[in-house]
Design a protein around this ligand. Structure first.
Ligand SMILES: [Fe+2]
Length: 134
């Protein structure tokens, strides 16, 4: 299942929206590597790349929050940290047992559900706050 960026996911902050679109592209790259039956090493590499992109993106959001005194910083960062931790566990599983259908489906659901939910609830609130500050 591909993840698609739609206008209702817009935070109103161009940098954040652009990074979200790129993030969705990386998630889709990972899923197509799995669908094409790429080997474990290749898929772990794509996951590593996705993780690095996520860390960079979360860091950019957190910098905005800190610079503007965003009141929900702690709870928002907690969700970011939780994501990184859970993704790391999926990556470990992938390294151990390879891209089984079961694991790939779980990773896909996790990524899609988490991102859509987080963007709608947390990032849109951040975007509204940042727009008021501008
Ligand atoms: Fe966020």
């Amino acid at each position: 299942m591909a993840i698609t960026w739609t206008e209702d996911l817009s935070t109103g902050i161009a940098m954040i929206d652009e990074q979200h679109k790129e993030l969705f592209k990386r998630v889709n790259d990972l899923m197509s590597a799995c669908a094409k039956g790429k080997g474990k090493e290749e898929i772990v590499k794509v996951m590593e790349f996705l993780k690095e992109y996520v860390v960079m993106h979360f860091g950019a959001e957190e910098k905005c929050m800190q610079e503007t005194g965003f009141p929900d910083y702690k709870a928002h960062k907690k969700q970011h940290d939780g994501f990184v931790e859970e993704f790391k566990q999926f990556k470990n599983k992938m390294e151990q047992s390879g891209p089984s259908v079961d694991l790939v489906v779980k990773i896909n659901h996790f990524l899609v559900d988490w991102l859509i939910n987080h963007i709608k609830k947390k990032d849109k609130a951040l975007g509204a706050f940042l727009r008021k500050k501008m």
